[in-house]
Every structure is written in structure tokens, then in C-alpha cells.
Design a protein around this ligand. Structure first.
Ligand SMILES: NC(=O)c1ccc[n+]([C@@H]2O[C@H](COP(=O)([O-])OP(=O)(O)OC[C@H]3O[C@@H](n4cnc5c(N)ncnc54)[C@H](OP(=O)(O)O)[C@@H]3O)[C@@H](O)[C@H]2O)c1
Length: 223
């Protein structure tokens, strides 16, 4: 299983959980190979690591050629994006964030799908900003909504490979004001990365689920 964005945060939690369940885990990110020892200590000694930038055709192509056949691919890349009200937002940064998260996912899937097992899957990552509007998050709202639509479109075009997405809410640690606000969520708190990682495993292991976005937000979208 290939986890693109597995060197940190949610992707690292997915890698650790899958490894514990017996998966052969390959972690990819810009820094993954350079951080092999650190990641092997965090996930397990048998992991493989590969460095790639999802914005670079040649790097993705070379990495995938080196990896070969894949059963599942998880994508948890996070672009650099400073929250800002629309009127003051840096549109160049927003465009680059769209390039990395949305087009990066497209590039990976277009280049990898021929390597993915017919009974395998892809799990993308959207986010709560695609479900509920927060002032200052317009760019991430659009990127996440586009990713959700991509998931449905590719579930049709790339069948029998299953294409799903996880929509995380707020994963701790978060700034004080978000942790305070989380007291009002039905869950009463933010999530751990491990709790959200369970959803990726569920989607990979569910043979009849495709074109679905699984929201794991503790009810944050409801309030
Ligand atoms: N954390 C949250 O509360 C939250 C909430 C809702 C949605 N999400 C979504 O969940 C996903 C993961 O978030 P996270 O907080 O776990 O992120 P994170 O800890 O910042 O990890 C992001 C990963 O993406 C990799 N990456 C970034 N740019 C890349 C590029 N150009 N090419 C290849 N790899 C790249 C990073 O590694 P390198 O630096 O080595 O490249 C790292 O492994 C994101 O899509 C985010 O929008 C997160």
C-alpha cells in the first residue's frame, strides 16, 4: 500500500495503523526517503520510503515505476495555505494549493491507476471546509469540494478500482479557539489522527464502497 503524504500527520497515522494490520507500507512525500530512519522508527522497520513531489510529473512517474504494482493508494498531501478572508487572500498561494492538493491527486491517480489491482482502491482526503463554510477558508472549501467530486467521477471512470475519500473534521492539536469551539461539537472534542485513520482502513477493506466520502468530524459540520 502506498501512502502519499505519509511522512506526517494523518498519513503517518494511516501508515502506522495499516502496518500494524500487516500491510506492506510504502511512504511517499518530498522528504520521505531522507527521513527513512525516523519514519521506520515511527511506523515499523519493514516500511519503504520514496521521495516525490506530487507537482512534478517526472518525480511521480519515476517513483511509481520503482514501486510497481499497488493494492491501495492513500493520498493525504497537505498544501501550504494561510487562512485569510477572501478580500485579502493571496490568490497565487490559493492557486498553488489547488495545484498541490487537487491536481497532485489527479496526477498521482492518472499515473498510478494502471498499477493498482482491480480489487484495490484509492482513498483521497477532503476536509471539513468542503462540508461547511468557515470565513477565511474559501480556497480549502473549493479544493475539498472539488476532491469530493473527483472521487465520484473517478469511481465511475476507473471501476473496478474503488475510489473513496475521507473528510476529516478538526484533528488535535489545534489552536486554542478551535479546541474551545470543539466543546460544542456532538463529540465534545477534536479528533486524534488515529481515530480518523480508522476511516481509511475501513474504506480500503470495504469491497462494496466506492465513490463515497466518509465524514469523520465528530459532528463538527452540524453546528
Ligand atoms: N489536520 C487536520 O486537522 C485536517 C482537517 C481537515 C482536513 N485535513 C486534510 O488532511 C490531509 C492531511 O493533513 P495533515 O494535517 O495530516 O497534513 P501534514 O501533517 O501537514 O502532512 C502533509 C503531508 O503531505 C506531504 N506533502 C506536502 N506537500 C507535498 C508535495 N508537494 N508532494 C508530496 N508530498 C507532499 C508532507 O510531506 P513532505 O513535507 O515531506 O512533502 C506530509 O507528509 C490534508 O489534505 C488536509 O487538508 C486535515
Amino acid at each position: 500500500m502506498l501512502v502519499v503524504g505519509g511522512s506526517s500527520g494523518l498519513g503517518l497515522a494511516v501508515s502506522r495503523l495499516a502496518y500494524g494490520l500487516g500491510a506492506e507500507v510504502i511512504i511517499a512525500s518530498r522528504s520521505a526517503a531522507d527521513r527513512h530512519e525516523e519514519l521506520a522508527a515511527a511506523v515499523g522497520p519493514e516500511i519503504e520510503t520514496v521521495s516525490l513531489d506530487v507537482n512534478e510529473d517526472k518525480e511521480v512517474e519515476a517513483a511509481l515505476q520503482g514501486i510497481g504494482d499497488i493494492d491501495h493508494m492513500v493520498v493525504t498531501t497537505r498544501p501550504r495555505l494561510t487562512p485569510a478572508p477572501f478580500a485579502e487572500a493571496d490568490l497565487d498561494q490559493a492557486r498553488q494549493a489547488f495545484e498541490t492538493k487537487f491536481w497532485g491527486q489527479c496526477r498521482l491517480i492518472q499515473m498510478a491507476h494502471a498499477l493498482i489491482s482491480p480489487d484495490g482502491s484509492v482513498v483521497l482526503t477532503t476536509g471539513i471546509a468542503g462540508e461547511r463554510i468557515y470565513t477565511g477558508s474559501f480556497a480549502m472549501s473549493v479544493i475539498n469540494s472539488a476532491t469530493e467530486t473527483l472521487c465520484r467521477a473517478l469511481a465511475v471512470e476507473l471501476a473496478p478500482i474503488r475510489i473513496n475519500a475521507v473528510c476529516p473534521g478538526f484533528i488535535a492539536p489545534k489552536p486554542h479557539e478551535i479546541e474551545e469551539r470543539a466543546r460544542w461539537f456532538p463529540s465534545g472534542r477534536t479528533a486524534s489522527a488515529e481515530e480518523v485513520a480508522e476511516a481509511y482502513i475501513h474504506l480500503m477493506e470495504s469491497p462494496y464502497v466506492t465513490g463515497t466520502t466518509l465524514v469523520v468530524d465528530g459532528g463538527a459540520r452540524l453546528i
